[in-house]
Ligand binder design. Sequence first.
Ligand SMILES: NC(=O)c1ccc[n+]([C@@H]2O[C@H](COP(=O)([O-])OP(=O)(O)OC[C@H]3O[C@@H](n4cnc5c(N)ncnc54)[C@H](OP(=O)(O)O)[C@@H]3O)[C@@H](O)[C@H]2O)c1
Length: 280
Amino acid sequence: MRVTVFGATGLLGKALAREWTDDDVSGLGSKDADIRDPKQISNVIQRTQPNWIVLAAAYTDVDGCEGNPEHAFAVNCRGALNVAKAAKQFASRLLFLSTDYVFDGAKNRPYETNDPRAPLNVYGRSKAEAEVQISEVLPECCILRTSWLFGNDGKCFPDTILKLAASRPAIDVVDDQRGSPTYTADLARTIIQLCRSDAKGIVHATNRGNCSWFEFAREIVADVRLNSMVRPTTSEQFVRPAQRPRYSVLSSKSLQKQAIEMPTWQDALRRYLRERKAVS
Ligand SMILES: NC(=O)c1ccc[n+]([C@@H]2O[C@H](COP(=O)([O-])OP(=O)(O)OC[C@H]3O[C@@H](n4cnc5c(N)ncnc54)[C@H](OP(=O)(O)O)[C@@H]3O)[C@@H](O)[C@H]2O)c1
């Protein structure tokens, strides 16, 4: 199988490159092909002739998107649509990475794939709009929603917490947003399985279980036995430019239909921490 990954220089893209060893995978960063430019995309696809395109390229700075909606929509929506059109033209299958932030978080049970989209922030709106427009061009594409990514290939929440905990006696972390942390290595393996099994439609894929950011931080600090105290706070106390859903847990039913079960987030965190120690 030939695979082309857009966003290969990012947190997930790097994990994908490491995990995806049994197929012919071409990875591209924004310098290789800017997805805002249809010509650059078709040149790449013409050259790589992929059976599958994995579209992990995005402007992922959620607060940055709030201040720069034009760029958010140019990359996350129109750029993604450019890739979908090229996939159609060259008869490639497409797996598009999307987000739990397409939901508003008003539910208190895990979100199903057919729950209505109601994003609270610009990033979520740009992704939700992309989902709709891509599905119109390519009804058989696979839209993979995930959440709270962490991994050893760049900036992520556990890395930030570990650095703060090493230098401060106490850290305050919000306890009123719930979601599912997801290890990029586990998500990469799931993506490979989905492409191999010719998955179509919307799929939700995260590590199993859920927590608040506070609970996640507490587990991180406890696992590495740091002395810093982790204290719960609220989104009101910790105001950020973009509003986040207070509950964005994604149901695993769509993944179960594909006969895939991802490890728990606690198990994933322990493997991340072991790997982090090994590479540092
Ligand atoms: N991070 C999360 O918590 C999270 C949660 C849910 C969903 N997702 C989704 O999962 C996917 C992967 O996220 P990630 O955290 O791995 O992202 P990331 O680390 O921020 O990496 C973003 C990638 O997109 C590329 N990119 C940005 N603008 C581009 C452009 N105009 N043209 C081509 N490539 C461009 C970057 O290339 P360069 O580095 O070369 O510029 C980089 O490879 C994204 O679609 C994201 O929306 C992420």
